[in-house]
Design a protein around this ligand. Structure first.
Ligand SMILES: C[S@@+](CC[C@H](N)C(=O)[O-])C[C@H]1O[C@@H](n2cnc3c(N)ncnc32)[C@H](O)[C@@H]1O
Length: 438
């Protein structure tokens, strides 16, 4: 693969004559807001009148600020919104372009070493070895799922580097973890075009279209399938969050898991001693997978679990005055449909929270998640405070949860800190009788 660019071009970009010569890359002006955003820690340049002028053949963009080289960007002329992603803010960008392959390998190695040093594999065999922008390898995510490797790219930039990515993953698995990985254990998925057909990952072994296997997370077993569907059955980015909730689960016997998907939280609840777990999801298929996950764990009894294939709003109405729980998990998609109406999660909490409160025992806890970069931590917390005040709910916000560990959060980059959660605790006794929920 050829990493050398031909810098000896002379053409007019954004109305200026290119004065570049050999070894000095073309400079591109970028939007003043993009400059500010990059300075503040946001690594994306989105589509605008400046970025649409980037020449489609450029792999790298050297962005300028007042005619001085300012940032080295990875270019994706095919992406509908994110046209370039930050690679570097300092140094000699011409040299960095030439040395791109080595810098890429060094960043991957550093990311793998961080996970190794954290000893994550001692606790679970599903983890992110590389988490895109947070590991300074923008748009590239690598998961280890048992002995399989899933490489997901969110930008077309990486398409031409597939061989180097594969080689690097195999080399670094050996060097950092001492594990030999063969090509038939590697899967690749392009997630750059969210509007196009959501294609499953493709295996490098041409004879294998998909693979079903188990992973182990904190002593819980889960079924996973790569190559069969767009998603693989477990949200690995939630694993570190589940670990942070260990104490909360350990103190909970009756758990309600709303938007349960394949039941990672339900299984985790049972592992931590819950004797009555109710899971709610619209999808019959996901509920079947959830039940098969419980059955996979010999130490759990399916008799301790109730499946509700229903919308969360119907389930909350149905459970009212019949059941109570000491822990409620609520992890909605950012927007969802109950078959007739589309709603967004933040707004939905206005209706859901009082109903969940009604089902929560005194002293019980609920964990509310929001899975979108479009709402900040502050806006989410203000919304919860407003609902609890308006509806007179005796709830105390006790802890904030975010991406962490193998999925580092990026507080200055909204898209890189999409997951937010709050643990709310209901007062142990109704010490203020005037505070009755509406
Ligand atoms: C973000 S996933 C939940 C992930 C899960 N908490 C985990 O960690 O594995 C959202 C789930 O909500 C379900 N869902 C979407 N809209 C729903 C609704 N209105 N009522 C019930 N479930 C819904 C989807 O089928 C999907 O399984």
């Amino acid at each position: 693969m050829n990493y050398n660019r031909n810098f000896n071009r002379s053409e007019t970009i954004t109305g200026r004559t290119n004065t570049s010569h050999f070894n000095r890359p073309q400079l591109y002006e970028i939007h003043p807001i993009s400059i500010k955003m990059i300075q503040k820690g946001n690594p994306w340049v989105t589509l605008d009148k400046y970025s649409e002028q980037f020449h489609p053949n450029e792999k790298f963009i050297v962005a300028s600020n007042r005619r001085k080289p300012f940032a080295l960007l990875l270019h994706d002329p095919r992406h509908s919104t994110v046209r370039a992603r930050l690679w570097s803010k300092e140094g000699n960008f011409g040299k960095q372009i030439k040395n791109f392959k080595n810098d890429f390998i060094a960043r991957v190695k550093e990311a793998f070493k961080q996970r190794k040093d954290q000893k994550i594999l001692d606790k679970r065999n599903n983890l992110y070895l590389l988490f895109g922008e947070a590991d300074r390898v923008p748009g590239l995510f690598i998961q280890l799922l048992n002995d399989q490797i899933l490489i997901q790219s969110y930008t077309h930039f990486w398409d031409r580097y597939q061989d180097i990515i594969l080689q690097t993953v195999m080399n670094q698995m050996k060097q950092v973890f001492g594990v030999e990985v063969f090509k038939d254990q590697i899967w690749m998925q392009n997630r750059a075009d969210s509007n196009e057909f959501k294609a499953p990952a493709k295996g490098l072994d041409p004879n294998l279209s998909f693979k079903r296997f188990e992973i182990n997370e904190f002593g819980c077993k889960y079924n996973v399938s790569i190559g069969e569907f767009y998603d693989n059955g477990i949200y690995t980015d939630m694993a570190a969050v589940r670990e942070k909730l260990e104490k909360t689960f350990k103190s909970s016997k009756k758990v309600l898991n709303l938007y349960s998907y394949t039941g990672a939280f339900s299984v985790y609840a049972m592992k931590n001693g819950a004797t009555k777990v109710t899971s709610v999801d619209l999808s019959e298929t996901y509920m079947e997978l959830l039940e098969s996950n419980i059955k996979l764990n010999e130490d759990m009894s399916i008799g301790n679990h109730t499946s509700m294939i229903s919308s969360v709003s119907d389930a909350l109405n149905e459970l009212k005055d019949k059941e109570t729980f000491d822990l409620i998990i609520c992890d909605p998609p950012s927007s969802s449909s109950n078959g007739t109406k589309r709603t967004n999660a933040l707004k939905e909490y206005e209706k859901m929270l009082p109903k969940m409160y009604h089902l929560l025992e005194d002293g019980g806890q609920m964990v509310l998640f929001l899975n979108t970069h479009k709402v900040s931590k502050r806006k989410f917390s203000e919304k919860i405070d407003k609902i609890t005040a308006d509806k007179k709910l005796n709830l105390k916000n006790v802890k904030f949860l975010s991406l962490n560990s193998d999925c580092p959060s990026m507080p200055r980059f909204a898209e890189g800190s999409y997951l937010k959660g709050f643990i709310l605790k209901k007062a142990a006794q109704k010490d203020d009788t005037s505070k009755k929920p509406e």
